[in-house]
Design a binder for this molecule. Structure first.
Ligand SMILES: *[C@@H]1O[C@H](CO)[C@@H](O)[C@H](O)[C@H]1NC(C)=O
Ligand SMILES: *[C@@H]1O[C@H](CO)[C@@H](O)[C@H](O)[C@H]1NC(C)=O
Length: 984
């Protein structure tokens, strides 16, 4: 990453500190020449103040104007300061933006005991003579870009008590003797891509070590039994390493151990008993292969505050005693095979904040007192076999933010208070047997934070209350498959954030409110299988919906013209009164059906029109014949504009426009592959429309494409060789891309037309996939940033990313691109461009789109690349971007979403990073999406095998808030809190 190369203004501050004698001398001698002694004294006192009045300078007491000359640190000549000597013992420069190598000038500070350079931009190796700072007891270099090996010289700093080297870019080894630094109290090496290593077989000397972390440092092998020799250990973190074997029972013999983290490793076996580790507060053994039961004696860990065992294969019951622990606040047991009932005491003895037991086989009633302590905020128990009524107490729990209880067997009414819960953000109750009505008293002031309300597939009755519409943050409202009736409220304009509305399979009647067409963010609308009647309001056509289902209602009349689109061909079925003007809509045709009165008139008009057209045609033909005898339509006025030297002629092209050369056809015409010379060179020719007069739209499209492409020369943008313009047809001649377009490679089941010369069973491996993503990002980045005026592509999708013989990606099809900055063009952009599944939500309701719509579409491509799924799979009921978001929201591990064909242990982190990037890019709000430049930087980092992707996650760019805002919903998963490629 390009770091600061020129000195920022702060650099003076830095120098000021670490070479005090030099800088002070210069600046102060200047003062001395022009000012009186008193001012010198004031400067010294101010300096002391800015150093937070260290006690070692307490003797700086003023009695007369030159008294400072008597202070031992000061040397004066003629009552004016000439030297300032400070024995620096502690130097803390953390959280600055200081670049450069390790500042060896510090060696001059021979008294230094404490050095903190963390959270800066230092790079290069730690010097091999760092042991010259022999007095160091505390060395904190964390969160910098130091790389190479950790030198053996560090181990010669025999007095070290605290050594923090975490989150840097070390790519070599660390000296094993580090485990022999017997005075160490804190040793933190986590988040470094060290050469794989194993923990030493004995820890016999680290008797004072309190804090030990080597999370994500490529540790393999087992955790040694001797871990218990570190008898002072309070904090042990070995997470995110490919460790194997079992968790040694000796860990639980550490009497002072308070926090134990062994998550995301490959350890297996059962969890040892923990009788003597009475101080344990945090146990995080999540994401492992642990089996067996949760030890009964965890119920005796009086200090236990967090028990995190999620994503293992634990079975059996949850020990009763755990429910009675007095300090427990965080319980996460989801995704195991736990069975039996949930101990009823949970919440009764301790203030729970988080309680998650989802995806198990738990049965019976739900604990009554989870919110007894008044702190519960996360509650997840979906996908179990729980039953009975939801505890009334949940209705008096104002701290609740997320309640996810779907897919259980809960019955009875929703506790009344839940409808009033002020902090509720997500309430998901779908797939139960809940009854009762949606309450009328629900108001924006009670549910002001509600973003997701899902209660589909229950037995809820009554109407959709108007009050439910006063929720400005609501993004998803899913109430399908209930027994709702009555008419839909019309006063819905406050649904400013609503993206998904599903009220299907109910008994709702009356008209569809036209106001639905004004909802600015709506992309999915399912009102199917109700009793809705009347006309479809034309406003619905204003929406840009990825999913629309109005079938099985009693709607009538013509469907709005803008909805007559093959993408909606299953959206209107089973409404006997509806008609369309196109047969591909799979419903009755309008003119065949009604309007009997006007039928005769219509016929007459048609006949007259045909007659007139024939007259015109005859005249035209006659004229053409008279003026240009025997010429076919092609060479009427062929005009070739070339953009570089060509090795073919226009007749090579024209003679190749044969049906057997067609390799594709798009919205505006066919694409041919034409061999242009005997040596077999091929070009791709896009022919815009057949031999009919170009309409205005196509003419514009053509002009735009030529104007842009002719002027762009970039490695990742498809090269336009020339264009041939005839009166009736336009031909764009491109370089031929041997490996076709990306979509041919992605979707196996759709791969019907094999690519000439390529084995049909070949799949893209991950390095190739990443290379393609990078190339496409470079092309788009260039268009957004490096052209004379920024260009928005407007139709980025996998079929517009072409691949040459080396799998270099090139962006194609600028038919829809427009110069951003051109005035007066905006009006012509209203026609809906883009492709379903790739469309950014804002496309639907504004003509003032910016380049973030390309970022969205590119994000969808990234999701396609990482999951192997289609952008808009008609078998799924949601588009890929929503599916991916949903996958995370449901608490599933990212690795489950990834394409099985490309992922393996070595690349799963990288693919996950690119998947996450896809999530960021598809944020609902354009402003929260990254720019293409940022996307490119992240991809570069992801593809750099040396880069430690998680460094500085706390420092430079914490992406969690971005993620949360991006969908107006909070991330449910705690382990999602580290963004990996985050050096935007
Ligand atoms: C600073 O160093 C000088 C010379 O080495 C020594 O005489 C003095 O005692 C030291 N002062 C402190 C506060 O360490
Ligand atoms: C380690 O990283 C540095 C700096 O990025 C690089 O110059 C060096 O070649 C790398 N060493 C290894 C062994 O990869």
């Amino acid at each position: 990453m390009p770091r600061l190369t020129s000195s920022p203004p702060h650099i003076h501050f830095f120098l000021f500190f670490y070479i005090p004698s030099v800088v002070f001398l210069c600046s102060l001698s200047h003062v001395a020449k022009s000012q009186i002694q008193d001012q010198e004294q004031q400067v010294l006192l101010k300096l002391r103040q800015s150093w937070q009045d260290p006690s070692s300078l307490d003797h700086w007491v003023t009695s007369n104007p030159s008294s400072h000359c008597t202070w031992p640190e000061i040397t004066c000549q003629e009552s004016s300061i000439t030297e300032l000597n400070l024995n620096l013992t502690k130097l803390d420069l953390s959280y600055n933006i200081i670049p450069g190598e390790f500042p060896t000038v510090l060696y001059n500070c021979s008294k230094l005991v404490y050095l903190d350079l963390s959270q800066n931009y230092f790079e290069g190796p730690i010097p091999s003579d760092i042991d010259r700072m022999a007095n160091l007891q505390v060395l904190i270099l964390a969160a910098n870009s130091f790389s190479f090996d950790v030198p053996a010289s560090v181990v010669r700093l025999r007095r070290l008590r605290i050594l923090h080297l975490y989150m840097s870019e070390y790519n070599g080894t660390y000296p094993e003797e580090i485990f022999g630094l017997s005075d160490l109290e804190e040793l933190r090496l986590e988040y470094n891509k060290f050469v794989p290593s194993q923990l030493p077989q004995n820890f016999t000397v680290l008797k004072k070590l309190r804090f030990f972390s080597m999370a994500r440092t490529n540790l393999y092998g087992g955790i040694p039994e001797t871990v218990s020799d570190m008898e002072a250990l309070e904090h042990l973190d070995l997470g995110k390493n490919p460790l194997t074997g079992e968790i040694p029972a000796s860990i639980f013999a550490l009497r002072n151990l308070s926090e134990l983290y062994v998550y995301e490793t490959n350890v297996s076996g059962s969890i040892p008993q923990a009788v003597s580790a009475a101080n344990l507060c945090v146990i995080d053994l999540s994401y492992n292969n642990l089996t067996g039961n949760i030890p009964e004696d965890f119920g005796k860990l009086r200090n236990l505050c967090s028990l995190i065992l999620e994503f293992n294969q634990l079975s059996g019951r949850i020990p009763e005693g755990i429910g009675r622990l007095p300090a427990l606040s965080d319980v996460r047991l989801s995704k195991n095979n736990l069975s039996g009932t949930i101990p009823p005491d949970f919440g009764n003895f301790s203030p729970l904040r988080r309680f998650e037991v989802a995806y198990n086989n738990l049965t019976g009633a739900f604990p009554e007192q989870l919110c007894h302590g008044g702190t519960l905020s996360w509650l997840a128990a979906m996908d179990n076999n729980l039953n009975g009524e939801l505890p009334k107490s949940l209705g008096n729990c104002s701290t609740l933010s997320h309640v996810m209880l779907h897919n259980n067997g809960f019955t009875g009414n929703v506790p009344g208070g839940l409808w009033m819960s002020r902090n509720l953000t997500a309430l998901i109750l779908s797939g139960n047997g809940l009854t009762g009505e949606l309450p009328e008293e629900l108001t924006a002031s009670s549910w002001r934070n509600m973003a997701v309300f899902e209660a589909g597939n229950n037995l809820l009755s009554g109407t959709v209350p108007t009050e439910l519409t006063e929720l400005p943050k609501l993004t998803r409202l899913l109430l399908g498959q209930n027994e709702l009736s009555g008419i839909l409220p019309t006063d819905i304009v406050s649904w400013k954030s609503l993206t998904t509305l599903n009220l299907s399979h109910n008994n709702i009647s009356g008209p569809i409110p036209s106001e639905i067409g004004l909802l600015p963010e709506l992309t999915q609308l399912d009102l199917s299988d109700n009793q809705l009647s009347g006309l479809i309001p034309p406003e619905i056509g204003q929406l840009n919906l990825n999913c629309l289902n109005l079938s099985s209602n009693r709607l009538r009349g013509p469907i709005p013209a803008k909805l007559e689109n093959a993408a909606y061909d299953t959206s209107f079925l089973n409404n006997p009164g509806l008609c369309a003007s196109n047969s591909f809509m799979r419903i009755n045709l309008c003119n065949a059906q009604s309007h009997r009165l006007s039928k005769t008139n219509l016929t007459l008009i048609v006949i007259l029109a045909i007659a007139a057209a024939m007259c015109v045609l005859l005249v035209v033909l006659f004229t053409i014949r008279a003026s240009r005898k025997n010429r076919d339509w092609f060479d009427s006025t062929p005009k070739l504009t070339s953009f570089q030297s060509l090795n073919f002629t226009e007749s090579n092209i024209l003679s190749g426009l044969k049906e057997h050369n067609v390799i594709g056809s798009g919205g505006s015409g066919k694409v041919y592959r034409i061999i242009v010379n005997p040596s077999g060179d091929a070009v791709a020719v896009k022919r815009i429309w057949n031999n009919q007069k170009l309409n205005e739209k196509l003419e514009k499209q053509f002009a735009a494409e030529v104007e842009i492409l002719g002027n762009i020369k970039h490695r990742h943008i498809v090269k336009l060789l020339c264009c041939i313009s005839c009166e009736n047809s336009k031909l764009l001649v491109y370089e031929y891309m041997k490996n076709s377009s990306l979509d041919h490679w992605l979707h196996k089941k759709k791969r019907s037309s094999p690519i000439p010369g390529v084995a049909n069973n070949m799949i893209l491996d991950w390095p190739k996939t990443l290379q393609i993503a990078l190339g496409a990002a470079k092309g788009l980045c260039y268009m957004h940033n490096d052209c004379s005026s920024p260009i928005i592509h407007r139709d980025v999708k996998s079929s517009n990313i072409l691949l040459d013989s080396e799998f270099n990606a090139k962006i194609a099809d600028f038919g829809l691109a427009r110069m951003l900055a051109k005035p007066g063009e905006a009006a012509s952009m209203t026609a809906v461009a883009g492709s379903f599944g790739y469309l950014a939500p804002e496309y639907a309701h504004t003509t003032r789109v910016n380049e973030k719509i390309d970022v969205y579409s590119f994000g969808v491509v990234l999701l396609e690349l990482t999951t192997g799924r289609e952008a808009n799979d008609r078998d799924e009921d949601m588009c890929l971007a929503d599916w991916a978001w949903r996958h995370i929201q449901d608490g599933n591990p990212i690795s489950d979403a990834l394409d099985e064909d490309i992922k393996d242990d070595s690349n799963v982190d990288e693919i996950s990073n690119v998947f996450k990037l896809g999530i960021f890019c598809t944020a609902t709000l354009p402003s929260t999406r990254p720019t293409m430049k940022e996307v490119l930087q992240v991809l570069l980092k992801c593809s750099d095998p040396l880069y430690n992707v998680e460094k500085k996650s706390q420092h430079k760019f914490d992406v969690v808030p971005l993620l949360e805002n991006s969908k107006n919903e909070e991330m449910p998963r705690s382990n999602f809190h580290v963004l990996e490629c985050n050096t935007y």
